[in-house]
Design a protein around this ligand. Sequence first.
Ligand code: IPE
Ligand code: IPE
Ligand code: MG
Length: 233
Amino acid sequence: MENNIPAHVGIIMDGNGRWAKQRGLVRTQGHLEGLKAAKRIVKAASESGIKYLTLYAFSTENWKRAEEEVGFIMGLVKQYLRAEFDFSRQNRIRVRHAGDFSGLPPDIQKEISDSIADTAGFDGMQVILAINYGGRDEIIRAVRKFTAANKAGENISEQDICAYLDNPDVPDPDMIIRSAGEYRTSNFLLWESAYSEMYISDKLWPDWDKEDLAAAIANFQKRERRYGGIATR
Ligand code: IPE
Ligand code: IPE
Ligand code: MG
């Protein structure tokens, strides 16, 4: 079943806090376990032939959380990027970023840019880290970039917006996965997910393993994508 593997999968990695709470642990412990799950899923995705994996790690709304939790998550991002370079090199994984880069703390910016530069030549799976990402924010920034480059916007087209999104060369996600059972997008890839297949699992993110990704892919393979057209089978 090498064919019909979704080329681009986006994941809303949710449920770290609930995972910790269930065990009487602090929320940050849940994020630490969530990072381990992210590593397992990156490996599994790369082995399954997925070409692009977008991981929603921190939203433009997540700044509302306690300073301690925000700082901990930023620290984990740094740790992930540093510690994973060998894995990226061995698996030819290219790291990219989606979101408002300028709104991130300078040390995180540096870590992200270094990883992007260090892995730029790798031709394996691309891991797009959505950090300080909001779908509405991405669209607003795209329109601003378009108007800055083209002045008048009266005739702005779908293609124009696409051209100014954060990673214009990346195809739209074929499937969006959300862990921890919440039926909403929480501002993830609003523009790009117009025809993405949604897969929602009750399993909390820190419990995710390669079998869960395999189940999501198998479910995707049974879907019929019509794009507003008429069934062909
Ligand atoms: C997802 O887990 C991670 C981030 C949003 C950074 P949560 O921290 O949202 O976990 P819950 O939803 O409280 O369980
Ligand atoms: C979405 O989860 C953001 C990330 C997974 C990074 P949230 O936990 O922030 O979403 P809501 O608040 O439940 O909608
Ligand atoms: Mg949550």
